[in-house]
Design a protein around this ligand. Structure first.
Ligand code: ADP
Ligand code: ASP
Ligand code: MG
Length: 437
């Protein structure tokens, strides 16, 4: 069994949905995970925001506009009156549900329920379309098997047990469609796997059914060696090790959700990144195999804050690091990068919700300074310490860029640089020139 995930652009119009249908209808059994049509989740976020601000008329205006967009899709998607009417009925009921929030108190709970409707819409429309085409297809509701626990971590045992049950309930089907991104939480409420989380859904499902392959179909021909939104002439990377792909995803390569590689890696399921608009392109194959002796790709993670703690008493002061880490732990803030010297330690974080409390606590340990608007540039490749020269190449490529921190040796696959946000584009361009041209 293969799991294929199609992102927002890949199902972004009636025409695109028809192309996806052509791609997947080959008689082989598969699970197809869909995102919401492109733009929809952003629209739903805006609608929720209007409700939060108690601006019901603003919300209703947005809802009606979005509903019209879906009715237009129906016009171009179906030929058969029966499926057209079924689709219109589904759309009406989902949009009536959205409108009903104007009469209730609005909390995070209602917001999550609203955000889930994008994937519910796209999968229903696509399901009706495949039925119209005479395909042997079933729609599996993600809310019946995708669940996160108290710590917002996927409940893998529950997911595996319940998806198996649903599959077993439809034994004669060839194509199983389900929603990416959406899930239930520990309390049974509707929740989600964070923005871009459909990739994560696909790999969790792949792991649950022990798939032979997970395919992430998107709008570009694989993982490129640099961010195509900032650098021209980037090239697809044919093969990546799981660890390399995970580093790139975590450090900003938007093509993959940061956590999506882990379930695939744990179960040794290859992940293929493919382009819906160019299905013949080889894309990127992510597996246990790594390409020896080269640097593979570069990514950048925005919104980083660097904190430096200087303490005259740090030299040989055992327990100092523990105290520092405990402060971050107690405010549930993950650390991305660390560098140390005799007199101090620099740490970066991307979640600044508890920054003031963290700083107040750190001040008890020494002098604290903060740099905001920073970016982590991550260079990924075959980088164990015996491979001399690669880190020198990366540092040399960045010789014109002021560097605040460097981290090397945390894994065999990554070297990270902390720079100012204003230097991001020149740094990415310099790395493409220095490493890949
Ligand atoms: P989807 O909606 O299919 O999930 P995304 O927009 O989330 O698609 O991810 C695909 C986009 O990721 C590409 O269009 C590209 O702009 C961006 N991207 C950023 N870094 C990279 C990279 N290194 N390689 C490929 N794409 C990248
Ligand atoms: N629709 C969700 C989003 O836009 C999830 C996804 O596309 O992966 O974030
Ligand atoms: Mg995505």
């Amino acid at each position: 069994m293969k799991v294929l995930k199609f992102g927002g652009t890949s199902v972004g119009s009636a025409l695109r949905m028809k192309d996806v249908a052509k791609l997947i209808c080959d008689g082989n059994e598969k699970i197809v995970v869909l995102s919401a049509m492109s733009g929809t989740t952003n629209n739903l976020v805006e609608i929720a925001d209007y409700f939060y601000k108690m601006n019901s008329s603003g919300a209703l205006e947005k809802i009606n506009l979005l509903e019209q967009k879906y009715l237009d899709v129906v016009d171009s998607l179906y030929k058969n009156k029966i499926y057209r009417e079924e689709a219109i009925k589904t759309i009406k009921s989902i949009f009536d549900y959205l409108r009903s929030f104007s009469k209730s108190v609005f909390t995070l709970f209602e917001e999550r329920a609203i955000l889930a409707q994008g994937e519910i819409l796209s999968t229903n429309l696509f399901h009706y379309y495949l039925l119209e085409q005479g395909e042997n297809v079933a729609l599996l509701p993600a809310l019946e098997f995708m669940r996160i626990d108290k710590n917002a971590e996927p409940d893998t045992a529950f997911i595996a047990e319940n998806i198996e049950k649903l599959l077993a309930a439809h034994p004669d089907k060839t194509i199983y469609i389900t929603q990416g991104y959406i899930c239930r939480n520990f309390y049974g409420e509707i929740d989600n796997l964070q923005r871009g989380g459909s990739d994560y859904s696909a790999s969790l499902i792949g792991a649950a059914v022990k798939a032979d392959e997970i395919q992430i179909w998107t709008d570009i021909d694989g993982m490129h060696n640099n961010d195509p939104r900032f650098v021209e002439g980037t090239q697809p990377v044919p093969f990546l090790h799981f660890e390399e792909a995970a580093e790139l995803a975590y450090f900003g390569a938007k093509i993959l959700h940061p956590t999506c590689i882990l379930p695939a890696k744990l179960n040794n399921i290859p992940v293929r990144l493919l382009n819906t608009m160019q299905p013949q392109a080889a894309g990127t194959l992510i597996s246990m195999q790594s390409k020896k002796g080269s640097l593979q790709a570069v990514a950048a993670k925005d919104g980083i804050t660097a904190i430096k703690i200087k303490s005259g008493r740090m030299l040989l002061a055992h327990g100092f690091m523990r105290k520092v880490f405990e402060i971050f732990e107690s405010y549930q803030t993950a650390i991305d990068m660390i560098t140390t010297s005799e007199v101090g330690v620099s740490i970066t974080i991307d979640n600044t919700k508890r920054l003031d409390e963290i700083l107040n606590s750190l001040k008890k340990l020494g002098t604290v300074s903060v740099d905001k608007d920073m970016v982590i540039i991550c260079v990924v490749g075959d980088l164990p310490s015996q491979n001399i020269g690669f880190q020198a190449k990366a540092v040399d490529a960045l010789k014109e860029i002021p560097i605040r921190m460097i981290s090397y040796g945390g894994s065999n696959y990554n070297i990270s640089f902390l720079i100012k946000a204003v230097d991001k584009k020149p740094a990415l361009m310099a790395l493409s020139k220095g490493l890949f041209s």
